[in-house]
Design a protein around this ligand. Sequence first.
Ligand SMILES: NC(=O)c1ccc[n+]([C@@H]2O[C@H](COP(=O)([O-])OP(=O)(O)OC[C@H]3O[C@@H](n4cnc5c(N)ncnc54)[C@H](OP(=O)(O)O)[C@@H]3O)[C@@H](O)[C@H]2O)c1
Length: 310
Amino acid sequence: MTKLGTSDLEVSRLCLGGNVFGWTADEETSFAVLDGYARAGGTFVDTADSYSAWAEGHSGGESETIIGKWLRSCGNRDGMVVATKVGMLTGMDDLKAATIERAAEDSLRRLGVDHIDLYYAHRDDPDTPQEETLAAFDRLVRAGKVRHVAASNYTAERLTSALAVSEREGFAKFVALQQAYNLVDRSYEGELSRAVADHGLSSAPYWGLAKGFLTGKYRPGVAVESARAVGASKYLDERGLRILDAVDEVAGNHGTTQAAVALAWLAEQPTVAAPIASARTAEQLADLVPALDLELKADEIAALSAASRV
Ligand SMILES: NC(=O)c1ccc[n+]([C@@H]2O[C@H](COP(=O)([O-])OP(=O)(O)OC[C@H]3O[C@@H](n4cnc5c(N)ncnc54)[C@H](OP(=O)(O)O)[C@@H]3O)[C@@H](O)[C@H]2O)c1
């Protein structure tokens, strides 16, 4: 378990991504994935009001609804840290106070909980004053509807200014940042990770598996059946192959999966509390959960970092 940034939340070293629930995983399969994750010791689930509005016939909230049903069925709501987000659902895709108030009520209802443990601004909204956004988040915290607030997809500059506004106004502060980061995309390292470190925040990086690429299933000449194949297969270049070679070798050393190695590498990076990854089936999940306690050696971490250097 690891403490999340400046919050009092203790989370497992792997966060389960929820964008598949109701999208590429139906309700029964989603329950099997969630059951498997909890059984393996996972305690941190990530979703958003907008999941999975991009799918045909969906309007958003499908993932939260499934997670809510699952929380009720397993009777262990307090054992889970539930994170959701506001600000990207069509028609509610801003961070105005009225949007945040309405979206929070909708998420609480769909999740069937009386509080959200971690409530993210899904992305920055440069058209709404940060004072307005942060005051709305603060009211939710004071009302006990949200335990902690966090940012996703913010620049270093906007994250820093948001923290300064909260400090000045006495508002609840962002405790963590969620942004893309994995062995193939290391753009987080630098200005953004420095801002997170300087303020004592943690990172919960998404696309921990580079949309499936780091499971090792994308190889030259192999056709992959996946809704993410277009996004993931773009990593299959010279550097991508070098990364896969390094991941294969470390996975071989430990008798574990490529996915677990990629996630364990991420969990070891400065500021990272818990990488986020999703699984479409319980079988896929079985490849991810060894990351909950896989310890890589220093030379293995260095070899993976070297292979992925741009
Ligand atoms: N804040 C944001 O803006 C933002 C953006 C994106 C994601 N997120 C969060 O981060 C989470 C993770 O991102 P993600 O789900 O998009 O990408 P990801 O975790 O990098 O990739 C997960 C996908 O890889 C494939 N996979 C997983 N395990 C596998 C295995 N053992 N064998 C083969 N394939 C496997 C599955 O897709 P297929 O089987 O379909 O190939 C799975 O859905 C999301 O669920 C969401 O909670 C947040």
